[in-house]
Design a protein around this ligand. Structure first.
Ligand SMILES: [Zn+2]
Length: 107
């Protein structure tokens, strides 16, 4: 076996958020394990490397999740965490509350 390149935390985060977005716009067929678009019920092609999920309906491309969606989410998540960390650093919230809120954000 060749060594598989370690994936970075950022990539892991992107993949998770991508999956999360995917679960909002798509559903999984329990028989085949494939993703389907909630909008047009088409099977979805997933490009994990580029964080894009799409389906083709009647020759028209329907993009279900794209990289921008995911990146925006990463940004807003990071922003929230920054604000939270700043509040904790200033002593506005307790460690317990900080840990709890951080966990909530990550869920
Ligand atoms: Zn679709």
């Amino acid at each position: 076996m060749e060594n598989i390149r370690d994936i970075t935390d950022e990539e892991k985060e992107l993949n998770l958020l991508f999956l999360e977005r995917l679960m909002e716009g798509c559903y999984i067929d329990s028989l085949t394990g494939s993703f389907y678009c909630k909008e047009c019920n088409c099977p979805i092609s997933i490009d994990w490397g580029h964080h894009i999920a799409f389906c083709v309906k009647g020759g028209k491309l329907c993009i279900c999740v794209n990289k921008e969606d995911v990146q925006n989410r990463v940004k807003s998540g990071k922003r929230a965490l920054e604000i939270l960390s700043a509040r904790y650093a200033k002593g506005e919230i307790t460690k317990k509350k900080f840990e709890k809120m951080k966990k909530d954000l990550e869920e």
